[in-house]
Design a protein around this ligand. Structure first.
Ligand SMILES: Nc1ncnc2c1ncn2[C@@H]1O[C@H](COP(=O)(O)OP(=O)(O)OP(=O)(O)O)[C@@H](O)[C@H]1O
Length: 655
């Protein structure tokens, strides 16, 4: 197939240079999409269908492959024909007689596994190939799971493009994997529509994005933008983030009430006309009295259209009032006259006076530095203390020199949307959604206002002061209150013993949530070691050295404040280590991970340094325990906890 595309001769079919460039671009993209991936075989499954009336056999793979005659040899996993590969079961065979899974080792076919779905003798069991896949040592970035998507995951992946789904899932239940595969599925099922409107994946930070960035390209999808909320709003507002808010200020700035404060601030610029508007045309003067102008302005305000759109409509409305007078005086003005009147200097001056342009960044700057203006806009919404908490103590001189925080950038983004509608994409995937503030949900919601979204998260892993308390609340801020909330509980990452240990924190951090199960056979290894304070760092280095004797990646997770000391100790011990987001490989397998960056990542073996320090690194205990829960649930095969301070209460004893 690739050779066919490469051999295309376009000289005869392109009319001109631009044409040829465009076509060549498409050809190059097609060749890139057809590239062979190292160690990735073309198919991973086979379906033998019962005669209906003829029997049929399909091979299922990552992409469609046809032979020289154009007849399909491998069916894309996303095609409707492939669905039974993921969904059929003994109870509901969906026409499938035999399902075969192929197992590969480094690109080489080494195993296969058959299920006879219509054979009543055959008992349902967990696939050994699935087991092998999830117990495989992890190195390098995240991989796709197309060969082993589970039925409950598949239902989410194949939800229609119109539907917004919210997935609550314990650590390692495959939320990220499901979100990425859903994008791939939607791009397949609605390629043209989504190519026009665009798709976006939002993750918590750049190291996480680097970890997941290979998944979609491996599925042949090269066009999906992946970003963070921070990068999204700074790119769209032009604001550079240089400052950090204290938690209280950030919480208030992220509160949904700020949307109303901003709405008032934008409106505050609109003033009622006090002077008539006098338009001179030829020998005649047309006078629109102030009260009539006021009616026009009020009508525009009441219609609730965006500030910018209303500002564009206002001159035409005034012109219309002038034209009505001309007609009454017996003239017959046409559209051109209306255009000319709308551009008349007197009309322009009126518009400038009553409906001034709003620069979103300047507006927010004023709001956060002018106490009177803030008081006026937040009257009855914020308390005096809240106002004090968000006002800049030293007002910046201008938009460029201001030390904008992330929360500020989100406010500027909201203000921007009040002035001009933010374009909506076709589909947005939001991962680790539990950490967003209401204002951040609104920012994401704007970007899928006419599209749909996949919202993924775990309430127990919420580690921001404004972390969401319920999905219903989050979805209402997103503007998708009717979205279905699904729960995934089957865990694919964390071994049984480790998840049981981490889950002791659940009653303290998210009482209503159910513990993840682990579908792995191996119980995993959990070790808890205590050391004297002066020996802690040495004991941690020893634990890393031991872990390095085993296969796979190693993550040393520690409170952010402990990272420099540990880095120095690892260097002194001659253990090379990476920062999170740098790709691990067979030679560089140890990553030193600050606890605040651990979310969403996974390592074969995790060494956790001083849990009490991880908890103390957060402003309050609940957040601290949640951070600890995240750190405890990163391990694929084993976890070693090393501590000098007493363990946090729920973990103490019995391990
Ligand atoms: N059906 C599956 N087959 C094989 N592996 C799977 C499957 N589902 C998930 N996994 C693997 O399990 C691990 C955890 O998945 P993922 O990171 O998507 O979980 P998560 O729910 O997002 O976790 P967290 O809450 O910690 O971010 C990944 O290595 C993923 O590839």
């Amino acid at each position: 197939m690739r050779e066919d595309v490469e051999a295309l001769d376009i000289r005869d079919v392109t009319a001109n240079w631009v044409n040829a460039e465009a076509l060549q671009h498409q050809i190059d993209a097609r060749v890139a999409a057809l590239a062979d991936l190292a160690d990735t075989p073309l198919f991973f499954g086979r379906l033998d269908l019962a005669p209906d009336p003829e029997p049929a056999r399909y091979y299922i793979g990552r992409r469609h492959v046809h032979d020289a005659d154009g007849d399909p040899m491998v069916i894309d996993w996303r095609a409707p024909v492939s669905q039974p590969f993921y969904r059929a079961s003994g109870r509901d065979p969906q026409g499938v007689e035999l399902r075969r899974r192929f197992g590969y080792t480094g690109g080489e076919l080494t195993a296969y596994e058959d299920e006879r779905l219509t054979d009543p003798e055959e008992a349902e069991r967990v696939s050994a190939l699935l087991r092998r896949e999830i117990e495989r040592p992890r190195v390098g970035p995240m991989r796709d799971i197309v060969a082993t998507i589970q039925p409950e995951q598949d239902e989410i992946v194949r939800t229609g493009v119109e539907g917004t789904v919210c997935v609550q899932g314990a650590p390692g239940t495959g939320k990220t994997a499901v979100g990425l595969h859903r994008v791939a599925y939607l791009l397949y099922a609605h390629r043209e529509r989504l190519a026009r409107s665009g798709t976006l994946v939002i993750g918590p930070n750049r190291s996480f994005l680097r970890y997941i960035e290979q998944v979609l390209p491996a599925l042949g999808e090269l066009s999906v933008r992946q970003t963070t909320v921070e990068d999204l709003v700074t790119a769209d507002t032009g604001v550079t983030v240089r400052g950090v808010d204290d938690p209280e200020a950030a919480r208030i700035k992220g509160d949904a009430r700020m949307a109303e404060v901003l709405r008032r601030a934008v409106r505050a610029g609109v003033t009622m006309p006090t002077e008539p508007c006098v338009v001179v045309r030829g020998s005649r003067r047309w006078r629109i009295p102030a009260y009539e102008l006021e009616e026009i302005v009020r009508e525009l305000l009441d219609r609730g259209i965006r500030h910018g759109a209303a500002r564009e409509a206002l001159p035409r409305r005034i012109a219309h009032a002038v034209l009505t007078r001309m007609e009454r005086a017996g003239e017959a003005p046409d559209d051109r006259v209306q255009d000319a009147v709308a551009r008349n200097a007197a009309v322009k001056a009126q518009v400038k006076a009553v409906w001034p342009e709003v620069d979103p960044a300047r507006l927010v700057l004023r709001l956060l530095s002018d106490a009177d203006f803030l008081a006026e806009c937040s009257e009855g919404i914020l308390t005096d203390e809240e106002r004090k908490a968000i006002l800049w103590t030293k007002p910046p001189r201008g938009v460029r020199s201001a030390a904008w925080s992330v929360a500020d950038a989100v406010l500027v983004d909201e203000a921007g949307d009040l002035v001009r509608r933010t374009p909506s994409l076709g589909h947005v995937v939001l991962d680790e959604a539990q950490d967003l503030s209401p204002m951040q949900y609104r920012a994401v919601g704007r970007r899928c206002a006419t599209g749909s979204a996949t919202i993924l998260g775990d309430l127990a892993q919420g580690t921001t002061p404004w972390a969401t308390a319920s999905w219903a609340e989050a979805l209402s801020h997103l503007g998708k209150p009717d979205a279905a909330v699904e729960e995934l509980t089957q865990g694919f990452r964390v071994p049984r013993e480790v998840i049981a240990y981490a889950s002791r924190l659940l009653p303290h951090i998210a009482p209503g949530l159910s513990e993840a199960t682990s579908i792995r056979d191996a119980a995993g290894s959990l070790r808890v070691r205590s050391a004297r304070v002066e020996e802690l760092t040495g004991a941690v280095v020893d634990a890393c050295r031991e872990a390095l004797e085993r296969e796979g990646s190693i993550g040393l997770i520690a409170a952010d404040a402990r990272v420099p000391a540990l880095a120095a100790a690892l260097n002194a011990a001659g253990l090379p280590h990476l920062a999170p987001g740098t790709e691990t490989d067979a030679d560089a397998r140890l990553t030193l991970v600050p606890a605040t960056l651990a979310k969403g990542l996974e390592y074969d073996h995790v060494v956790l340094d001083e849990p009490a320090a991880v908890v103390d690194g957060e402003p309050d205990e609940r957040t601290g325990l949640r951070r600890l829960y995240v750190a405890l649930t990163r391990a694929v095969s084993g976890l070693t906890v090393v501590h000098a301070a007493p363990l946090p209460e729920p973990l103490a004893g019995g391990a």
